[in-house]
Design a binder for this molecule. Sequence first.
Ligand code: TYM
Length: 338
Amino acid sequence: MFGEKKVLYSGMQATGTITLGNYLGALKNWVELSNDFPDYERFFGIMDLHSLTVRQNAAEFRKNARSFYAFYVAAGLDPEKNCIYYQSHVSAHAELAWILNCFTYMGELNRMTQFKDKSSKHSDNINAGLYTYPVLMAADILLFQADSIPVGVDQKQHVEICRDIATRFNNLYGDVFTIPNPYIPKGGAKIMSLQEPDRKMSKSDENQNATIFVLDDTDTIIRKFKRAVTDSETEIRYDEEKKPGISNLIDIYAVMTKKTREDVEKEFVGKGYGEFKLAVGEAVSSALKPMQQRYAELLTEKSYLDGFIKANDEKAQYFANKTLRKVQKKVGLTERIR
Ligand code: TYM
């Protein structure tokens, strides 16, 4: 809570291109929630500091971060009503993260599955940032006194450690932080790889056919879905264990067309996998197309986006600094002389 208002907070790392998993697990919900909860304060970060845990090419990274901003807007987040901002433009993130590092145990960080996954993928660069990544994420959330954090399933553990850190801090210093809750969507919270459907769809997958990117053109999307790994049966039926590939496609189609899994099964009774895959590809591509068009326009409207970037950075700084000053005071750091 910030004053009288509840707060919704989320963000994405500014690396590479947004995937269909990011869109369905996060961005699509942000848009829906911002329409459903107009009374909430809403902050959506472009988490560029988190991206630094993996080596980036500076020029490409800067371009990507801009592209994320444009895609958030193109997907339907109105930057006038939603505070979309760059994490690195609000220095309170890094400052609070340092303080929270001193309230987080190594044993807690050792349990984080994303750290284990990422350090096995980047074994040549297991840096301290990768390890303390969840603490920076906790700082993001706690700075804004956020109540609800819409994320995909894979980020639930990070929201939980954030709650633990906040509770520990509050027990020592009184009610400083709002304790946040993860908000996991009913459908689309865990979109799987199209090539290995027992693994999460990921932007860093080496097999490009495994991942749909929101900027993929229609032909590419259809081709990737046609090649999606399924099973040797013929029935379009939801069974996550025995038919993970088909179940993933059912989920994607269901969220895209706002249908239930049962509706999808009924729609495709007696139809083959080929026809179903094509329908999924077409549904995804036609949903993404208007966003892609708006995105392309936004990239040419430089001053339009720049105006929002500036105003929203300032708004985020204002909120974040309020919490930071409170924390600094509580832990006993010397107050500034005005
Ligand atoms: P990131 O950038 O990995 O992912 C952004 C969002 O996309 C969701 N997601 C998925 N959802 C469904 N299926 C998938 N295959 C899939 N892949 C990714 C993620 O759950 C996430 O919601 N640490 C965060 C970024 C972050 C953040 C925060 C989020 C930094 N600070 C504060 C919320 C609040 C991350 O790595 O997201």
